[in-house]
Write a protein that binds this ligand. Structure first.
Ligand code: HEM
Length: 391
């Protein structure tokens, strides 16, 4: 399931990129394009990754098989809301149904993660608290969706809360804590400070998301409370604390591996750089210099694409053939990671350029995706001909 959802996420983001590049190809609303990448791509993948990692973090038994259905339920929610945004079905009905599907998946996952945390052998890894917080933000973001239909006059403010709680609370928190564990694995050297950083930084990140989401919601026209923009900017500064501390440590400890042309580590560290850059773009948007929708596109190009492609480079071989790691895993990983540093650099530069208002930057990101596709071809051939299930 996880490999399929990882590939699905990359394909959905690439499809959204093509639609942003050539809007005349298929006429769809910006909301449908955004949800192609987020609700159909990122959300089911993140939920499936949480199902995969929670038993590891709690040192418990594997996840029950029914849990695998939850990311698919969320995916179905994504299909329904896109149908609503593109006018195939009524938007209000689609919003209610999609929020029920995805919200049920988020709540069930939340309850299961809490139970697993309570039953953990010893203290669970601090990453678990980040996953719990991320699921709470997803649930809160989905709860306000029916409210948009019920209180149309508050739609603007609720939309701001929904998108910030989702992008930074759900996606951002999951990404930051997973990166703290995944990058040292990709580099092949432990990070002995990661646990302490994760324990200290969670409160700053959560406070940052809350201030940002409420500050942005209160800053919409009609609501426009004087200090709301300052609250949002304060939130952005607090949110940047964790990725900045993580990046500083990486530069000091792993500089020679992350500044490389190839490999998952280069892509993952560039995704972190992309996230920090996007926070500056967000501040520019809060202060009225930049367009908010550009930051949504930039989020996919400069952060999600290098993050998901880098994580897939590192983890796909393990997901396809779990157990003892050998030559097969090494060869597949190095094929997937071919020019990963260069492709991620193009995605991050293109995405940040877009977020800062230079829309031609999207071509750079497209070049990055083309390099990714070029690496994926031989890797798929290798994985199918020297199949994942052949020993
Ligand atoms: C199936 C679950 C979801 C539902 C039902 C849903 C529903 C909605 C609705 C009704 C809006 C307001 C549209 C408008 O009036 O302009 C919206 C906007 C938005 N949502 Fe979601 N959403 C879902 C999942 C997500 C996820 C997982 C993310 C991000 C990770 C996300 C990010 C956004 C963004 C960025 C916007 C603003 C789009 C724009 O105006 O360009 N949504 N969503």
């Amino acid at each position: 399931m996880l490999p399929a959802l990882a590939i699905n996420a990359i394909v959905m983001m690439a499809a959204a990129l093509v639609l942003w590049l050539a809007p005349e190809l298929v006429v769809v609303t910006p909301q449908a394009e955004a949800h192609l990448a987020f609700a159909l791509g990122a959300m089911p993948l993140i939920l499936a990754a949480i199902v995969y990692f929670v038993p590891v973090l709690t040192r418990g038994a594997g996840a029950p098989s029914w849990l695998g259905a939850l990311p698919l339920l969320a995916w179905l929610g994504g299909v329904v809301i896109i149908a609503g945004f593109s006018g195939t079905v009524g938007l209000n009905a689609a919003s209610h149904a999609a929020a029920i599907f995805a919200g049920a998946a988020a709540f069930a996952m939340l309850l299961w993660t809490v139970r697993r945390a309570r039953a953990a052998l010893g203290a669970p890894h601090p990453c678990l608290a980040w996953y719990l917080a991320a699921l709470v933000f997803l649930a809160a973001a989905l709860l306000v969706v029916p409210a948009m239909a019920l209180w149309p006059e508050q739609r603007g403010a609720l939309r701001q809360f929904h998108l910030h709680a989702n992008l930074l609370g759900f996606v951002g928190l999951t990404a930051i804590c997973t990166l703290q564990v995944l990058l040292p694995t990709a580099v092949g050297r432990a990070d002995y400070q990661a646990r302490a950083r994760l324990s200290t930084d969670l409160k700053f990140s959560c406070a940052g998301v809350l201030l940002l989401a409420f500050g942005a919601a209160l800053a919409v026209p009609g609501m426009s409370i004087g200090w709301s923009r300052h609250v949002a900017v304060l939130g952005a500064v607090l949110f940047m604390f964790a990725p900045l501390r993580m990046a500083t440590y990486w530069v000091a400890a792993y500089c020679e591996t992350i500044a490389s042309l190839h490999g998952a580590a280069a892509s993952l560290s560039l995704a972190c750089l992309g996230l920090i850059g996007l926070m500056f773009a967000g501040i520019g948007h809060a202060l009225g210099f930049l367009a908010g929708r550009d930051a949504v596109v930039g989020f996919v190009l400069a952060f999600l694409l290098p993050l998901v492609s880098g994580a897939a480079t590192q983890l796909l071989p393990v997901w396809l053939r779990p157990g003892m790691q050998g030559e097969w895993h090494y060869r597949l990983r190095s094929q997937l990671g071919r020019l990963a540093g260069l492709r991620a650099l193009l995605m991050v530069c293109g995405g940040l350029a877009f977020a800062f208002g230079w829309h031609q930057g999207i071509w750079l990101a497209l070049a990055g995706v083309a390099i990714l596709a070029r690496a994926a071809g031989p890797a798929v051939w290798y994985a199918t001909n020297r199949g994942p299930f052949q020993r």
